[in-house]
Design a protein around this ligand. Structure first.
Ligand code: BES
Ligand code: ZN
Length: 641
């Protein structure tokens, strides 16, 4: 067959197209596969998505949504801009969960739409249902009209009573890991990056915010509606698409930073987060420019199920970090750091989650050190290691592996401390081995090299080998990279973050435990939140009610407002049946929905028959106020026989 020039051009273009489609950069190709550090698997394939981005790829999502509080439904349409090679698949496969698909249309000119055939497959418990849309030849856009279910796993609808202001309803989304599909039909895979735009209509009094830049709204509106427009011009993984609507006000913190929250929390939040701009400057100095224009923080109502979510340009945060003394703002450092590790360089699949969270936990500590000093960093790292060791005692070995196998499982099960703290320790080990200066340069280069790409663990290993290990073979010999990434537990040579401040706390605790000094006379005046947390964790599991009374009288622990210290104290109170804390326990569990703070308390309660009863009683009251994912998690705890 004679190969004609146009055909050669076409094939070349086709090849380029598929190279561009594969999110991983060319570094990951065979030629650069490390010899001694072998990747066990190079599965770029995302087992948690039905989509077929290697054949048809969604490049842009344009949303047009109405927020219907009376029905607890988001209703509207999504126009997906697609790219595909001629002769390739004639079906676009999307992820959905509990969506009602009203119709599908396709367009070849981007303006006129004609009906398109679609089939919604059977729903899988973990993955949801695949939506297959037949593509006419030359189709460039697909429009899907749909509405969400009131039980959408990624959307929480709050009654006015569940908000701080009690007057208006509130709604927010939480898309990570695979919940975006419960409110938008799309290719819900972190490797399938998209730009997005949106118009959102809300009831008149409410404001909508999204993880995108705000634009002037100029669409049609009913008199009882307000309208908002947004644009995210940078390609992001779909799990970063986020929306909230409610009685939300704004206060600037600096030129490019500000805080959004319900009016009653605004001033408190602004004071708590006044170091935000400094944090950005510190992170930029280490890892290169902040690439997302603005950085704002949305403080959610207390039922927000997690601590924070790094939605680009607009971190979502729990109000439980408003301690009044900035002692819990490392969470902001963490979510901000995701602007580099996670949002700029993204895990290609949920197996590679540690690339997001381990790097971010490492960056978070570097930023905390830069702003609040080494002492604070050491305390937080030491607390992190303690928590990791404690959690690993109960984890199956397979889940201690950074490159964790999540096939057939809900990726939310990968949300353990292993990717966070073990991942961060690995990077700390690299820093300590190669020196801070060299390692900082390496990381800066990494963010630059993979900016706006989604990469696998194998991609990272190849980059590490080429840019840090191979150029420094003697130092490289000291770091068991294989073991860090593919084996359970911690390598023997793992760093052991230590804190001198904690040594002093332990000395005080011993004074008290040995009966040498009464609680009221201990030297605790200068203690920060971290020292209190360590003190409470350091105490023996079994304490007498009289001992607890003494602590409570000396330090007012039952009525303490700091949600982390209260959590630690309530754990001790449950374990030792300290009844004076019971009303506080009930108040705590019915007013806060953050999983990390509530789940361990239920777990402690159900260990005894009386505690179980108490847990069921409180949970009956608290459950309706929890987010769907927190409900699922606590259901598992209280239903266990
Ligand atoms: N991206 C995570 C939250 C997340 C992870 C949501 C997995 C859904 C699935 C976020 O950056 C995070 O790590 N939040 C932590 C706080 C942080 C300071 C460790 C949290 O919410 O506890
Ligand atoms: Zn994180």
């Amino acid at each position: 067959m004679k190969v004609t020039r146009p055909l050669v051009c076409f094939i070349t273009l086709l090849g380029l197209f598929f190279m561009a489609c594969r999110n991983s950069p060319p570094d990951s190709s065979k030629g650069l596969r490390p010899a001694d550090v072998t990747a066990k698997t190079d599965d770029t394939r995302d087992t948690h998505s039905y989509s077929n981005p290697e054949q048809v790829r969604v490049r842009h999502v344009d949303l047009d949504l109405e927020v219907l509080f009376n029905r607890k439904v988001l209703k509207g349409a999504s126009i997906l801009t697609i790219e595909r090679a001629r002769g390739q698949a004639d079906t676009l496969k999307l992820d959905t969960r509990d969506l009602k698909i009203i119709k599908a249309e396709a367009s070849t000119d981007g303006a006129n739409f004609t009906p398109a055939q679609f089939t919604l497959g059977a729903a899988d418990k973990i993955l949801g249902a695949p939506l297959a849309v037949q593509l006419p030849a030359q189709a460039t856009k697909v429009r899907i009209e749909y509405e969400t279910s009131p039980n959408a796993s990624g959307v929480q609808w709050l009654e006015p009573a569940q908000t701080a202001g009690k007057k208006h309803p509130y709604v927010f989304t939480q898309s990570q890991a695979i919940h975006a599909r419960s409110w938008i039909p799309l290719q819900d895979s972190p490797g399938a990056r998209v730009t997005y735009s949106a118009t959102v209509r809300t009831p008149k009094a409410l404001r909508a915010v999204m993880s995108a830049g705000a634009l002037p709204f100029n669409g049609p509106l009913r008199p009882d509606q307000s309208g908002y427009s947004f644009n995210m011009p940078q390609p992001i993984p779909p799990y970063l698409i986020a929306l909230a609507a409610g009685d939300i006000t704004f206060k600037p913190l600096g030129k490019r930073t500000g805080v959004y929250t319900e009016p009653t929390m605004l001033e408190r939040a602004a004071r708590e987060f006044e170091d935000t701009e400094k944090m950005i400057v510190a992170t930029e100095k280490l890892y290169g420019p902040y690439r997302w224009d603005r950085y704002d923080i949305l403080v959610l109502p207390p039922s927000f199920p997690i601590g924070g979510m790094e939605n680009p340009r607009l971190t979502f945060a729990t109000p439980t970090i408003l301690a009044g003394d900035k002692s819990l703002v490392s969470l902001i450092a963490h979510e901000l750091a995701h602007s580099w590790s996670g949002n700029l360089v993204t895990n290609a699949t949920w197996r590679d989650f540690w690339l997001n969270e381990g790097f971010t936990t490492y960056l978070e500590r570097r930023v905390v050190e830069a702003i609040y000093g080494r002492k604070r960093e050491e305390m937080e790292a030491a607390l992190g290691l303690q928590s990791l060791k404690k959690e690993m005692e109960g984890l199956p070995e397979a889940d201690e592996i950074l490159h964790v196998d999540l096939a057939g499982r809900d990726p939310d099960e990968g949300f353990t401390l292993a990717p966070y703290e073990k991942g961060a320790l690995f990077l700390r080990h690299l820093e300590e081995t190669f020196g801070r200066e060299r390692f900082d340069q390496f990381l800066k280069g990494y963010f630059e090299r993979f900016a706006f790409q989604s990469i696998t663990t194998a991609d990272f290993i190849a980059y590490l080998k080429k840019n840090l290990l191979d150029p420094n073979p003697q130092l490289a010999a000291r770091v068991p990279v294989e073991e860090w990434i593919y084996k359970p537990g911690l390598p023997a040579s793992a760093p052991k973050p230590k804190s001198d401040a904690f040594a002093k706390v332990e000395a005080q605790a011993k004074e008290w435990l040995e009966g040498k000094t009464p609680a009221a006379k201990l030297q605790t005046k200068q203690w920060t939140t971290q020292e209190w947390l360590h003190f409470l964790r350091f105490l023996p599991q079994q304490l007498s009610v009289n001992q607890l009374k003494e602590l409570d009288q000396a330090f007012g622990l039952t009525k303490i407002g700091n949600a982390e210290i209260a959590h630690q104290w309530l754990l001790i109170s449950i374990r030792n049946k300290y009844e004076p804390a019971d009303p506080r326990l009930e108040e705590y569990l019915t007013s806060i929905g953050r999983q990390k703070l509530i789940k361990p308390l239920y777990e402690e309660l159900v260990k005894t028959p009386e505690g179980r009863k108490q847990a069921l009683k409180i949970y009956a009251k608290a459950r309706p106020g929890y987010h769907p994912i927190a409900q699922t998690a606590v259901d598992k705890v209280v239903k266990k026989a």
